[in-house]
Design a protein around this ligand. Sequence first.
Ligand code: FAD
Ligand code: NAD
Ligand code: FES
Length: 275
Amino acid sequence: MYEIVVKQDIAPKEKLLDVYAPQIAKKSQAGQFVIIQTHDEGERIPLTLADWDTERGTITIVFQEVGKSTALLGAFEEGDSIFSVVGPLGRPSHVEKFGMVVCVGGGVGIAAVHPIARALKEAGNHVISIIGARNKELLIMEEQMRLASTELIVTTDDGSYGFHGFPTQVLKDMLDDKKPIERVIAVGPVPLMRFVGLTTEPYGVKTIVSLNPIMVDGTGMCGGCRVSVGGQTFFACVDGPEFDAHLVDFDGLVKRQRAYLHQERCAMDRYQENE
Ligand code: FAD
Ligand code: NAD
Ligand code: FES
């Protein structure tokens, strides 16, 4: 059992939990994730490590309540325990001194890009982070991202805070201005990751995205998370989750993500009826 030592409501339907898991905290690296089961018969759901603290023995996860399992997790309070937390899983982000790098985070994906930006900055890169949310109320982890980056640019879709528009518009302006960007890393909803890739491709800038297909075991055994990249099949849980954005079959990813929509809606309806 894994005790929740801190719980914060950080935006509507978005929560941050610090969970006591010293063995996982000790091994965590940027870009990795855990698989959580709220209860013994619960679904296994992957969540990215937003942070960890080896001294306190905690890991930080940030999640959006989108269905039954994340609603169950959101109902936990400080002092409650999660049935199972497995990790760290997935290949860590490739971190080295590239020069100037841009980290793009969209929505709850901002939490996932946070350790990546920090690790790249610690490796001596000039890290420009662009974080986007639909509106000011939904913007998360601004201060943490400011610390993790050399420069921070905030965008909102409705213009309620920061630049009015998508992160991709800011990124395109930088590329047009011939900023010497060596690498771009994007985490967030699939449309963001797809359009970041489409934005950088004509400029030939290497672009990495963190894919979020449905996962079950997280250890390369079930095949649930298979994705097509450059015409080859990979298992995102063990071969990724990070891949070259210019090679990802995003249409295939979206199709597989929606494979169980009906069952997911039924599970949520039943959960809400019984609450
Ligand atoms: P459901 O109603 O069951 O599903 C809603 C949607 O979530 C589905 O349509 C599907 O696209 C997706 N989903 C459902 N089950 C799974 C599953 N087992 N694995 C993956 N996706 C699923 N979300 C966050 O809010 N914060 C994170 O840090 C985060 N990190 C992720 C890291 C990885 C590597 C992956 C693959 C996904 C990540 N997600 C994250 C997405 C998160 O796992 C899903 O939102 C969650 O599983 C939804 O479960 P649910 O029962 O609440 O919703
Ligand atoms: P959202 O729909 O609110 O979008 C967040 C932001 O992304 C927008 O405000 C905008 O800035 C940008 N964006 C969206 N569509 C865009 C487009 N077409 N072009 C350019 N920019 C665009 O996102 P949300 O509701 O917070 O959802 C976050 C998503 O991130 C979820 O789907 C979740 O599964 C995913 N996620 C993935 C990982 C991972 O490891 N890959 C980790 C955490 C979250
Ligand atoms: Fe089963 Fe990746 S989640 S193979």
